[in-house]
Design a binder for this molecule. Sequence first.
Ligand SMILES: Cc1cc2nc3c(=O)[nH]c(=O)nc-3n(C[C@H](O)[C@H](O)[C@H](O)COP(=O)(O)O)c2cc1C
Length: 159
Amino acid sequence: MNPPTRLLLLVGTMTHTAERVARAIEMDCADLIEQIEVRTMEGLNIQALEKGALYVICTSTTGAGDVPDNARALYESLGSEPRYLGHVRYGVIALGDSAYPQTFCNGGLRFDERLADLGAVRIGEVFCHDASEGPEAEVAGAAWCRKWLAQALQATAAA
Ligand SMILES: Cc1cc2nc3c(=O)[nH]c(=O)nc-3n(C[C@H](O)[C@H](O)[C@H](O)COP(=O)(O)O)c2cc1C
């Protein structure tokens, strides 16, 4: 199988941190794959998950462990319009804050659970970023994604 030539970053955000992370990845990983597209989740549904691309769900958490407002339609459609997503290979960047220990990074973890339920295949572990600790999300997310993309391209080329 030919490895995918496109990375689609689907962004769920309340206050644009996740969007900045995706933009940092777009710049930082441009040498690793032919095309990188950043798409905020507004107006998307399950049909956004087509064949032929790699996906990274890049989303924060809001409320008490909820997905951001702009991610709700896509998230809910994974439950209300289920279809087999065995063609989807994805990674997850989950932004959260350990000040919310009961629901830490739940936005990204919720997406991961629904995608896996529909047969999509996650590559690598979910990357959880803690707003209260460590390097800023843009730097940490771009560094994670470089490694993830190398792993994802290798895995899909070998499939
Ligand atoms: C009102 C509010 C609720 C939040 N709830 C959670 C939560 O339940 N779990 C968590 O891990 N982080 C929570 N966070 C932290 C955000 O997910 C984190 O700051 C993230 O980096 C924000 O990214 P964004 O600007 O892309 O929305 C919350 C933040 C706010 C302002």
